[in-house]
Design a protein around this ligand. Structure first.
Ligand SMILES: Cc1cc2nc3c(=O)[nH]c(=O)nc-3n(C[C@H](O)[C@H](O)[C@H](O)COP(=O)(O)O)c2cc1C
Length: 174
């Protein structure tokens, strides 16, 4: 064993990559790649994402109190790369990178077309987390592609896992 001084949090990666879509108060959409997400309550159904305080997505969620967790498959890997390296403070990522969106069912933030599943959330709480805020959302509507998900993901679903840096991969069942 050796002491890990650089990126110790990567010890608890790989983490599943999601795309968090939001809108701002002027209805301009944004999408941000997030590896730090987790369920936090079954009833009520709550999920949390850790978002850097300076992100445009963070500001959007503070303004509109909602967000969508889009679960991308491998075909959206390039979308995950750009949404994780360019900020909505600089560009409209949907326009610049031709990301197709569609209306969500119960929130105003759009969905990213072609994702394998969606969690539409309303902001329930925001906690301090160092240089991040922990945004807790209540799931108001959840939908998944039945080809890949039935109570749990099957192995045909090519979910994206982030190892660190530009390294991505998949997981398989034992
Ligand atoms: C694979 C990957 C995972 C990421 N995970 C997170 C995360 O969990 N939390 C976070 O705040 N930023 C994360 N980022 C960084 C943001 O996606 C990135 O800074 C993005 O440009 C912020 O966009 P915004 O300013 O439009 O919200 C991740 C980036 C990548 C490429």
């Amino acid at each position: 064993m050796k002491q890990v001084e650089k990126y110790p949090y990567r010890i608890i990666h790989p983490a599943m990559v999601v795309l968090v879509s939001t809108i701002d108060s002027k209805k301009i959409p944004n999408a941000c790649t997030v590896a730090w997400s987790m369920p936090v309550s079954v009833n009520p159904p709550l999920v949390a994402i850790a978002l850097q305080k300076r992100h445009k997505s963070t500001k959007n969620i503070e303004e509109t109190e909602e967000f969508v967790i889009n679960v991308p498959g491998k075909e959206l890997l390039e979308t995950a790369r750009v949404c994780g390296s360019v900020s909505g403070w600089e560009v409209n990522k949907f326009e610049k990178y031709n990301i197709t969106s569609e209306p969500s069912k119960v929130v105003n933030a759009p969905r990213i077309s072609g994702a394998l599943a969606y969690l539409e959330c309303k902001l329930r709480a925001r906690y301090e987390g160092g240089d991040h805020y922990i945004m807790v959302g209540e799931i108001k509507f959840a939908e998944a592609n039945e080809k890949y998900f039935s109570d749990m993901w099957n192995e045909d679903a090519e979910l994206i896992f982030h190892f660190g840096g530009d390294v991505y991969g998949k997981t398989v069942k034992y």
